[in-house]
Design a protein around this ligand. Structure first.
Ligand code: FAD
Length: 453
């Protein structure tokens, strides 16, 4: 078996889905290659253990090694992380874009440059800003923030309101069906193992279930996410700097128990967020299904044993720090999975510790009768992250950047990046809006063409 297309997009998360859609709607012959299955959102209950089994890489059991290991998770399904995430949506902060543009010499990355892309996404997607959705755990966060004099905001969300809980809008609801309608072909359950130059184009060595087969393409957009994109580049012997600069937003969790019910089946995740002006940490609500509560209570045998009785009175919350440690994605010879390492900075460790104490105070002020925080430091720490980025930064600074300002991989004509790996550091807010905006910007720049296209 072999396939051929003018453009191959590898990975169908927010970055890949937007690129495939823009290119297919412009009339290009596009093939979208995705390692995970095409299940759509109806295949299981959102935020359940079943969802983790079906749509997370390795069922969600993946960790960055270091003095304090950090568990991370990646979506592995048609639609990537958007199929499992809370659909919270932010534009990139202007100050962060300015800092990246300055330090990494990125062209066309000002707030004004990205605004048309954010505006187009917001017009095409349904981004709810003032939903009337009232989530009891979100209400607790808001009440606690008010009593500490902090502002609590409801984050915008890509979602469709309905009679029941909000329906989050994933790539399988939005850009992927549009891409397919415009003629894009989708190969799901197909993992690209390596890329090779052939003539003026590329060959993707891919595997569905059986032996390797080839996909030939003139142009390739890699959108495998911030862990898998550098791993694929490195396996292919391309972009030697890929993976050297992984950034994350580390999180620590806390379970709060209230006298009254704050939880229930199908409630989803509240969109309330608290961002104190000092910027050392932010707070929000986490997945609080009984199984997720159990994971967050592993260090507390007594409430864990009473979970079946008490879970409706419990909810999980997070403290997240901006990310100032050092991460890396490498290869282990003979192993299909990359080796991910992350060393938290002293500032991150202090932020997580101080932030957890402040979060406990906030929730107690909101009426929590008990709070159970997971350890936030040392080898027994239970830290997690959902936001992975910046492993192949963009820009014209050759010593720092794996790709140029518009995602072209240095020294590899016809090969582009279109995902969170392109960030130049931690973003500080939920990243998928910025992933989509950059992907749209870069795909349009490609279509416009330049002398080197
Ligand atoms: C549980 C969870 C909650 C989150 N909540 C939010 C939120 O509310 N708001 C927000 O902004 N962000 C959130 N995020 C983060 C957000 O989902 C990611 O930032 C975003 O999905 C990154 O997009 P991407 O296109 O870079 O990569 P991904 O979404 O990771 O997509 C990459 C895709 O490439 C595929 N792939 C990888 N390697 C290969 C290969 N070799 N061959 C073929 N296919 C491959 C993967 O299977 C995957 O589907 C959350 C993430 C998680 C996991």
């Amino acid at each position: 078996m072999s396939e051929r297309a003018s453009v191959a997009v590898v990975g169908s998360g927010p970055g890949g889905a937007v690129a495939a859609c823009v290119l297919a709607e412009a009339g290009r012959d596009v093939i979208l290659v995705e390692e995970g299955p095409g299940l759509g959102q109806q295949s299981c209950r959102p935020f359940s253990i079943e969802e983790m089994t079906q749509k997370y890489r390795h069922g969600g059991v993946t960790a960055a090694l270091g003095p304090c290991p950090v568990a991370y998770v990646e979506g592995c399904a048609v639609g990537g992380g958007s199929e499992v995430n809370s659909a919270l949506y932010h534009r990139a902060p202007a100050a962060r874009l300015e800092e990246w543009a300055r330090r990494f010499a990125v062209e066309g990355l000002g707030e004004k440059d990205l605004a048309p892309h954010f505006e187009a996404l917001e017009a095409e997607l349904s981004v709810l800003r003032d939903s009337t959705e009232v989530h009891p755990a979100g209400r607790k966060l808001a009440a606690g923030a008010a009593s500490l004099g902090l502002e609590c905001r409801q984050a915008p969300r890509m979602a469709r309101p309905g009679p029941g809980p909000l329906h989050r809008l994933a790539m399988s609801d939005t850009y992927i069906p549009r891409a397919l309608k415009a003629g894009c072909r989708l190969l799901d359950q197909t993992r690209v193992e390596r890329l090779q130059r052939r003539g003026r184009g590329w060959v993707l060595k891919a595997r569905t279930l059986g032996p390797l087969f080839e996909i030939e393409a003139d142009q390739v957009f890699l959108a495998c996410g911030a862990i898998q994109t550098p791993a694929l580049l490195r396996r292919s012997g391309l972009a030697p700097r890929a993976g050297a600069t992984l950034a994350i937003h580390p999180m620590a969790k806390l379970v709060a128990q209230f006298p009254e019910e704050v939880n229930g089946p199908d409630l989803g995740v509240a969109a309330q967020q608290v961002k104190p002006p000092h910027g050392r940490w932010s707070f929000g609500c986490s997945i609080s299904s009984p199984q997720n509560l159990a994971l967050n209570l592993l260090d507390y045998p007594e409430p864990l044993s009473r979970l079946a009785r008490d879970w409706r009175r419990m909810a999980s919350f997070y403290v997240m720090v901006p990310g100032s440690g050092r991460g890396e994605v490498g290869l282990l010879p003979g192993c299909p999975d990359p080796l991910v390492r992350y060393a938290l900075s002293p500032e991150e460790l202090r932020g997580l510790d101080d932030g957890l104490q402040e979060l406990a105070r906030l929730l107690q002020a909101a009426g929590a009768e008990r709070v159970f925080a997971a350890p936030a430091a040392g080898p027994d720490a239970r830290l997690t992250t959902l936001h992975l980025m910046a492993s192949c930064p963009m820009g014209e600074h050759g010593g720092l950047c794996a790709a140029d300002s518009f995602g072209r991989v240095r020294g590899s004509e016809g090969l582009r990046l279109a995902d969170a790996s392109l960030f130049c550091g931690p973003l500080g807010v939920n990243p998928q809006g910025t992933v989509m905006a950059l992907s749209r910007r870069n795909a349009l720049a490609f279509l416009k063409g330049g002398p080197e296209e």
